[in-house]
Design a protein around this ligand. Structure first.
Ligand code: BEZ
Length: 212
């Protein structure tokens, strides 16, 4: 499988998981998805990540984003690990974890980086749109746990810019001013964005978040 790039169709698969056999496309339905891999079960950083992810589920639900994790151990191991996660992180693991002992799914998604470790998956994140296209790919080293606030922030930006001709600036958070798409001339932008357009430079025009 060639390396996946933004805009590629997320490869479908059917695999065992902590909640039984799971087909990716059936699981996602017509919503968004976040698919994230973990190096292995019973590892400390992953334990904190899964506990944290579970606490964020209501935020992903609000945005119509289905959560799916993967680790290269089997379903029985995942079930034992989930007990530890729930005990130590004080949260219910309320989304499936793919069991990928044969590396079928991690190979499909290029989640194993042999120069880092040739058997464990890295901390990959894929955000998948309702059109099944990959909207974001992130790769973190095994030593760094992910920031789930940042993942929600990217989803907010993706969901805003999918429907409005805007982009989001550095460190943007929902409700803050956004950038008018460079493809729109300023006069046209003033008609589209009725809350106002501030032209700082001809190529840098800001407008209030059109949804707020
Ligand atoms: C962890 O999740 O704690 C971890 C996994 C693999 C290597 C280093 C840390």
């Amino acid at each position: 499988m060639a390396t996946l790039r933004l805009g590629d169709t997320a490869p479908d698969f059917t695999a065992e998981s902590s909640v039984g056999k799971l087909n990716l496309y059936d699981y996602l339905g017509d919503g968004w998805g976040i698919f994230f891999s973990h190096p292995a079960d019973f590892t400390p950083v992953c334990t904190t990540e899964l506990g944290t992810a579970a606490k964020f589920k209501s935020e992903f639900d609000k945005r119509n984003v289905k959560m799916l994790a993967l680790s290269v151990d089997g379903a029985a191991s995942h079930k034992e690990w989930i007990k530890d996660i729930e005990e130590t992180q004080h949260s219910q693991v309320n989304f499936p974890i793919i069991a990928d002992e044969d590396h079928k799914v991690s190979d499909l998604y290029d989640m194993i980086h042999p120069k880092a470790n040739d058997t464990l998956t890295v901390r990959s994140v894929f955000i998948i749109g309702p059109d099944r296209k990959i909207k974001l790919i992130l790769t973190y080293p095994a030593s760094t746990g992910r920031n789930f606030f940042e993942l929600l922030r990217v989803i907010d930006s993706l969901q805003l810019t999918a429907y409005h001709k805007v982009a989001t600036p550095a460190n943007w958070n929902e409700g803050e001013d956004v950038v008018v798409s460079p493809a729109i001339p300023t006069e046209e932008a003033r008609n589209i964005f009725t809350k106002g357009v501030k032209e700082i430079k001809p190529y840098l025009r800001m407008t209030p978040d059109p949804r707020s």
